[in-house]
Design a protein around this ligand. Structure first.
Ligand code: DAT
Ligand code: MG
Length: 149
């Protein structure tokens, strides 16, 4: 089954949106298979945002993600990588659709609350960067037959 990496950034934690964000993923029908509250090191942040290394906002991105605790999660389900990106909304919260996490709760692109992997291969890389095998669980929800045909 497909898995994706989701992180509630320091602004989401500070603003008390951890429960609300997790609720949306649960309500959609995705399965939480890994979760931790973690203070990200500079080294890990730079690895995570490696594709943006040459962008002008790289430094502030790394400063921001390391500025406070982050809730790192792995969610599982059919098509979860693309679907999570839809639940999250467009990168800039000002243009994210209402009903999405960023569209409902954010204003500034540098405070957009949440990260989600952008492709299946990215998800594999990010899950391995943030979690060890022992930190991930394999389980089946007792309502899975009411979610999947
Ligand atoms: P996303 O988080 O939607 O995958 P991304 O991977 O393009 O977006 O960029 C990573 C983060 O960098 C994004 O969540 C916020 C920040 N960012 C992106 N574009 C930016 C810009 N033009 N100015 C400032 N920060 C930006
Ligand atoms: Mg991205």
């Amino acid at each position: 089954m497909e898995r994706t990496f989701i992180a509630i950034k320091p602004d989401g934690v500070q603003r008390g949106l951890v429960g609300e964000i997790i609720r949306r993923f649960e309500a959609k029908g995705f399965l939480l298979v890994g979760m931790k509250l973690t203070q990200v090191s500079r080294e890990q942040a730079e690895k995570h945002y490696d594709v943006h290394r040459e962008r002008p906002f790289f430094e502030s991105l790394v400063n921001f993600i390391t500025s406070g605790p982050v809730v790192a999660m792995v969610w599982e389900g059919k098509g979860v990588v693309a679907s999570a990106r839809k639940l999250i909304g467009a990168t800039n919260p000002l243009t994210s659709e209402p009903g999405t996490i960023r569209g409902d709760f954010g204003v500034d692109v540098g405070r957009n609350l949440i990260h989600g992997s952008d492709a299946i291969e990215t998800a594999e890389r990010e899950i391995n960067l943030w979690f060890s095998q022992e930190e991930l669980t394999t389980w089946e929800s007792s309502v899975s037959s009411w979610l999947y045909e």
